[in-house]
Structures are given as C-alpha cells and as structure tokens.
Design a protein around this ligand. Structure first.
Ligand SMILES: [Fe+2]
Ligand SMILES: [Fe+2]
Length: 606
C-alpha cells in the first residue's frame, strides 16, 4: 500500500481535531453514513465492470476525507484511563507484515509485532501502537469482506497502572481477559483463542461481532439483479403473520413507479357462481427497500397486506395490484386452516441457497405431485448471500408459481446473516411476531395448524435467547403433533460439524415436551436419525424425537458415519411431504428426489 506524507498528515490532523474538539463538535460522521455516501457515489460513477475491477487500494482512493476518517477511526471506539498499548489482532491471510487492508493499520502507525495467536484455527497477527489516555478509535476490518474480523487486546503501557476501558462503542461490545480459551467472537460456533503469547496474556480482550467482517464491503458489494421489479406486481409470497385459520399475509414487490398496493379477494363459494360476489379490497402497507448495491435497481417497494376475519377451512381467490381497476394480477388462491383438526399435508425442504433453476424444478415437482400440501417449510439458507437483494429477487422468481398459492414458512440460516444481520430476510417475509423478546421479530415464531404445533427457531443466536420461550411454547400447547424447524442440526450429517451447544441447550426441552420431529438444514446432505431421547437411540418413535437434515438446492456436501444415522445419503436434493392423518393419529413421512423417487419413508403413530 502506498502511503503518502500528505495522507498521513491529513489523517493525523483530522483525528487530532476530532479528539481535541470534544464530542459536540468533533464527532466524525458515522461508519454507516460513510458507507452510504461512498456506496452511492461509487454506484453513480462507475459501471459494474469498473467496480468489480477495483482493489482495496483503488477503492480507498475514492473516499472523501470525512469518509476516510470515519472508516479509519469510528468502527470501534473506547476511552482508556491511562496510556496504553493497543494490539489489533488481524487475520494473517490479509498479508503480513503489511496487510492488504484495512488502509488505516499502516496509515495510523500500527506495526506488526510478529506475535501470533490462533482463533477458530486461523492465525492472527498482532499490529500494535501506543495511545495516550483518552479516546481510542479503530477503523473497519476491510472493504472486501474477506476472512475473519480483527479483535483487540489492550494493555496499560506502564507497569503497575490499572487499565479501565469505558464508553465502548458500539455499545454491544464486551471485554474479557485475553487468555487461552477466551472467545474473540462471543458466539457458540466460533472457537476460542489458542497459543496466546506471553506478551498478550492477561491483556483486556475487546470481543467483536463476527458479522461485521462483511458489513463494510465496498468491493464485491455491487451487483445487478437478473429479475428487476416492474411497475406490475410480481414475486407474490403467501405467509402467516397471524392465525392460519382466519388470516392470510400476502406480500409482493414493484418498482418505485408503483408506490401503493391492494389485495382484492373473494370466497370461492361466491366466485364460482354466475353472479360472483363483490371482492373485498384491502390496502397494503408499502415499504421502500433500499439496496444501493443493486446497480440496475437500487430501490423497490414491497407491498404487504394482512387479510383478517377470514372463514376457517375456506378457499379464497385473490389478486394483487396498485388499487386501480387495470392494475390487478391474474387470480391465484389460498385456503385457510380448518376450524377443527382435519387430515392435512405439508412440505419441508432444506437449504435452497444455490441452483435456483434446478430447485424450481424440484419445487414444481413437489407442487405437481402433492397439490394438497397446505404449506411449505424452508429450513434456512434460503439464499446464499442474505443481504444481497438480487438473490431474493431470483429465489421468489423461481418460486413464483407456488409461493403465490401455498403459504411459505421460513427459518433463518447462517447465510441470511451474510453481510450483516438478516435485515432482508425480515423485509422479504411477513411473519408472526410471537417469538421471544430476546430475538429480533420474525426470526423465531410459532403457530398451530390443525392438530399440530410448529415452532421455528433461529439457531444462529445463542440458544439461551430462545430456551425459556421454547419451553413455554411447547409446554402450553396441547397439539397432538409438535414440530420444530431450525437451520443448524442437533445431529449433524457432516464431518466435523457438531453443534454441541444447541444440543446441550435444546435437547432436554425437546425431550421434555416430546417433540415428534425436528426439521433442519445446513449440512447439505440427507440424514434422518432414529428416535432419540436423552441423546441416546430409543426403540420406538413413540418414545423419542426424530431429527432430519435435508437439502433442496445444488450445493452438496459429504457425509460421515454417525452412530445416530438411520438413513443417510449424499448428492441428492430432496423435498419431504408429511401427511397427518386423524383416527389413530398417524404421521407418514416421505422424502422424494427430483424425479419423484421415494428416498426415505417412515410412519409414526400415537
Ligand atoms: Fe447453513
Ligand atoms: Fe447452507
């Protein structure tokens, strides 16, 4: 990286000004504002080809002075009470002793100490410099989104002085002791520090949010959507944001030319007559969704309607539009859940993630073979890059002939968190908000359909955020069948992928309430356990819980042998149909491949 005297002087002067002027005058613009302005300017100035050709160095040269200061000093900030030495532990894959990014490490006088530590099995190099007592500000991890996020060690510079760190920003940051076993990313699936050198042992570790590694992208950020929205409604998706018996959620999108939306619907009993009844019209809530990375359509509207006071067990026809006479789409239909339990069927699919055209064939096969299936469960990793809107455009395009007539019930996978929190997942699905208070809305929820309870969990989050709610939700329901859907499997199919923290937290809860089936994804293969209880196989399904991993897209992984595997196979995207029968309470489960061959089957009765 080329560092000019001018850039160093500018940086130091601005940073000094900011610190000395105090917070009222000297606050740099926020990292979010700096990213917004840089992204909008880049999108308005360059073609996709030019943007794709940029490097960390050339994109840094595009920043304004204010953006450069924000991105170089305002990502992580804290106040120290004594002079300190600050170590930035940076992923060694960026290069060492001069990393390819971020730009500020070298500009601000951080130097490689040669000290290394392992985190999640990767070597991190300590870059260090001294700070006086007062404000310490550090910049973003990278513009590429590559590799893991840096973490920080802080030590009092003079022996005998007691360091206090205050005013940590963002406020979610926490500190702990820098030692073997400490976790720079305080989430269960990230491994702790190993091989801590003596110089760093006992320092204060500032723990960071691993998701930030991709939230500051300026490279590999811009794209074009293959399926831009038009002024006409499309990508219609049915969901439940209320009771499946009496409500129906409908969401669709348009380009910004159409700022309003409405649904017209009619009971089919009134529709299929010589003198059809008058449809009810409900206005939608229209939301502008901004995704500056999508160069050919950085903004669009989602339109969301909630139909209420519907008759249970009733089929309705509907159309969506802009509310004007000529704006309606073709008719589609939905059916509400029955008032009292009746036999019903539903489909469950694992990760879509990649290979949408082939997945469309699998989805259409499921719909064609089993048009009676009332709704579709999707177990997360529904797209590959969850904050890239073009992928949601494509997913819904390829599901357009099914999701507008069968309700979709999604879960959050780790790929919904790609590029930051699953904001686009929340924007794309109109879901119940009856999950635990400690989990963001729509990422965990439950509903009853017929004689069954469905509980959807966000297994990306620390499980304790869900456990009490999960226990109460399962315990309060007197449903005959209890299903849980979550992304990360309790019993993994993959080699070296064991989500032990989830099993520790939730297995006792599933056992206590005798959950029938746990439907999962993430491992990109097919695995079904036999009935399990207390982490051990049990004789009959009536005694235990069966755990399934499946995949519906084209990203496929190997599988290793496990003692808990009843059925396991690889290289086969599948859809599963579950038939619930009354009278003896019988559940028939079948997994099908894209040609409609039965790949797995079992029956559970109670
Ligand atoms: Fe996953
Ligand atoms: Fe996945």
């Amino acid at each position: 990286m080329k560092v000019t005297v001018k850039s160093v002087v500018l940086f130091v002067l601005i940073a000094l000004c900011l610190v000395s002027l105090g917070s009222a005058v000297g606050e740099p613009i926020s990292v979010a504002d700096a990213l917004d302005s840089a992204r909008q300017r880049l999108a308005g100035t360059y073609t996709l080809e030019q943007l794709n050709a940029m490097t960390p160095e050339t994109v840094t040269a595009e920043l304004t002075d204010a953006e450069r200061v924000a991105l170089g000093t305002a990502h992580i900030r804290f106040i120290v009470n004594v002079p300190v030495r600050v170590y930035v532990l940076h992923d060694k894959r960026f290069g060492e002793p001069v990393p390819s990014e971020p730009f500020w490490i070298q500009e601000r006088g951080f130097e490689s100490t040669g000290l290394e530590v392992l985190c999640d099995g990767e070597p991190f190099v300590a870059y260090a410099r001294d700070f006086e007592a007062g404000l310490v500000g550090l910049g973003v991890n990278s513009f590429s989104g590559d590799y893991l996020h840096y973490f920080v060690a802080v030590k009092a510079a003079r022996e005998g002085e007691v360091l206090e760190i205050t005013n940590l920003q963002p406020a979610c940051l926490q500190t702990t002791v820098f030692e073997e076993g400490a976790k720079p990313y305080p989430l269960p699936d990230w491994d702790p520090l190993e091989r801590v050198p003596e110089e760093l042992a006992g320092a204060t570790l500032v723990q960071v949010d691993i998701a930030w590694r991709r939230t500051t992208r300026l490279l590999d950020y811009f794209t074009e959507t293959e399926y831009p929205a038009t002024a006409q409604a499309d990508n219609i998706v049915l969901t439940w944001s209320g009771c499946p018996k009496t409500t129906q959620g409908i969401q669709w999108r348009t380009s910004v030319e159409t700022t309003k939306g409405a649904v017209a619907y009619l009971n089919t009993a009134d529709h299929n007559t010589f003198t059809p009844g008058t449809p009810t019209i409900v206005a939608a809530e229209s939301t502008l969704v901004k995704t500056p990375g999508v160069l050919n359509q950085p903004e669009l509207y989602t339109h969301t309607a909630t139909l209420t006071d519907l008759e249970p067990g009733t089929t309705y026809v509907y159309a969506v539009g802009d509310g004007t006479e000529n704006g309606w789409t073709e008719l589609a239909e939905f059916t509400t859940a029955p008032e009292t339990p009746e036999p019903f069927s539903f489909v469950y699919m694992g990760d879509v993630q990649l290979g949408f055209p082939r997945w469309e064939s699998l989805l259409e096969r499921a719909f064609r073979e089993r048009p009676d299936a009332a709704f579709y469960l999707l177990a997360g990793d529904n797209v590959n890059r969850g904050n890239d809107r073009n992928e949601w455009d494509a997913l819904f395009h390829h599901a357009r002939d099914v999701f507008d007539r069968r309700v979709v019930v999604p879960a959050v996978g780790n790929h919904e968190y790609h590029g930051g929190p699953p904001d686009l997942y929340r924007a794309m699905f109109h879901l119940r908000e009856n999950g635990p208070e400690s989990v963001p809305a729509k990422q965990a929820y439950s509903f009853e359909y017929g004689n069954a309870l469905f509980v959807v969990l966000d297994s990306n989050l620390p499980p304790e955020t869900h456990t009490e709610w999960l226990d109460t939700t399962l315990g309060d329901s007197d449903a005959v069948w209890k299903f849980v859907m979550m992304h990360h499997p309790l019993y993994s199919s993959g080699p070296g992928r064991d989500n032990v923290w989830l099993r520790d937290a939730w297995l006792p809860v599933f056992d206590r309430h005798h959950v029938d089936l746990v439907l999962q994804g993430h491992d990109h293969a097919y695995l079904r356990t036999g009935p399990m209880k207390a982490d051990m196989p049990v004789e009959s399904p009536a005694e235990g819980t069966i755990y399934v991993v499946s995949v519906s897209g084209t990203k496929l992984y190997d599988q290793s042998e496990h003692s808990y595997t009843a059925v396991g196979f690889v290289d086969t995207p599948t859809y599963q149909v579950l038939d619930i029968q009354l009278g003896g309470h019988r559940l028939t489960y079948r997994a099908y491949d894209i040609d409609g061959n039965v790949k797995d089957e079992f029956v559970k009765e109670k």
